[in-house]
Design a protein around this ligand. Structure first.
Ligand SMILES: [Zn+2]
Length: 251
């Protein structure tokens, strides 16, 4: 690859087109904006997360409005980070003969490799930082089976943890392979979650779980439901934006 091509790709040229409460537009690409408060932070901090979410840390005494202003002041940096991340993505191996595939895990693209020996569930979860290995004749089936197993352990745990924090009392939590739903809540208080929540970033997973937990008190999508959810889940808008962007083609 020629260097001048790289330079052209990395040079902030188009600039950020718009910044809203929930997203930043860079050209045609939309980055969900996640604001997190951190009392120990001394200043505003922007980070482009591997799951393509722009996270802004708001320090003690800071505001969302100032956070947006900070993003706007640093728009050239954000765009450069975004473009270099896209460039790295294009270098992911795509060689079918090596039985390597990329899969979304906790909101990041990781590599899956086929191996002959079985891996324990713990080993699988731990090595999923950049790559992991699975057994089986069909790599994608093997990866999905493993992710499904991991989801059955992790998602109920997360649900009961969040329920405790926010004062909800769910009944049974089951993990399913729903085609079109992320989750559901029955009138008896049973919660069903889609195993694919193991693939989305943590803040999106928590949003879906909190959505179902709030249904324990409001079994509808009334104004009161959304008000309660907004109080319980400050990242509601960013999570909705992420799901809108990736929700239908998660794999
Ligand atoms: Zn709902």
């Amino acid at each position: 690859m020629q260097l001048d091509f790289l330079d052209a790709l990395l040079k902030p040229s188009t600039g950020i087109h718009s910044i809203s409460e929930t997203a930043v537009m860079i050209g045609q690409s939309k980055l969900p904006l996640l604001c997190v408060r951190n009392k120990r932070a001394k200043r505003y901090i922007i980070r482009l997360l591997p799951e393509r979410v722009l996270r802004v840390t708001i320090p003690r005494g800071g505001s969302r409005k100032e956070a947006l202003h900070f993003v706007s002041k640093n728009s050239a940096w954000v765009e450069k980070q975004f473009l270099s991340m896209r460039l790295q993505d294009s270098f992911l191996p795509n060689d079918k003969s090596q039985a390597v595939e990329t899969v979304l895990f906790r909101g990041r693209r990781v590599l899956a490799r086929s191996v002959s020996e079985d891996e324990s569930l713990a080993g699988f979860a731990n090595q999923l930082d950049r790559s992991f290995s699975v057994t089986g004749s069909s790599l994608r089936d093997a990866v999905e089976t493993m992710l499904h197993r991991l989801a059955k352990v992790e998602l109920p745990e997360t649900t009961f943890r969040l329920a405790k924090v926010h004062g909800f009392y769910p009944g049974r939590v089951t993990i399913r392979s729903q085609k079109t739903r992320w989750g559901s809540c029955s009138s008896t208080g049973a919660i069903s979650l889609n195993w694919r929540l193991i693939q989305v970033p943590a803040f999106v997973r928590d949003y879906v779980i909190l959505h179902e937990l709030v249904h324990l008190h409001h079994l509808d999508h009334s104004t009161r439901f959304w008000e309660r959810l907004a109080k319980t889940c400050p990242n509601l808008n960013a999570a909705e934006a992420w799901l809108k962007l990736h929700g239908n083609r998660i794999c």
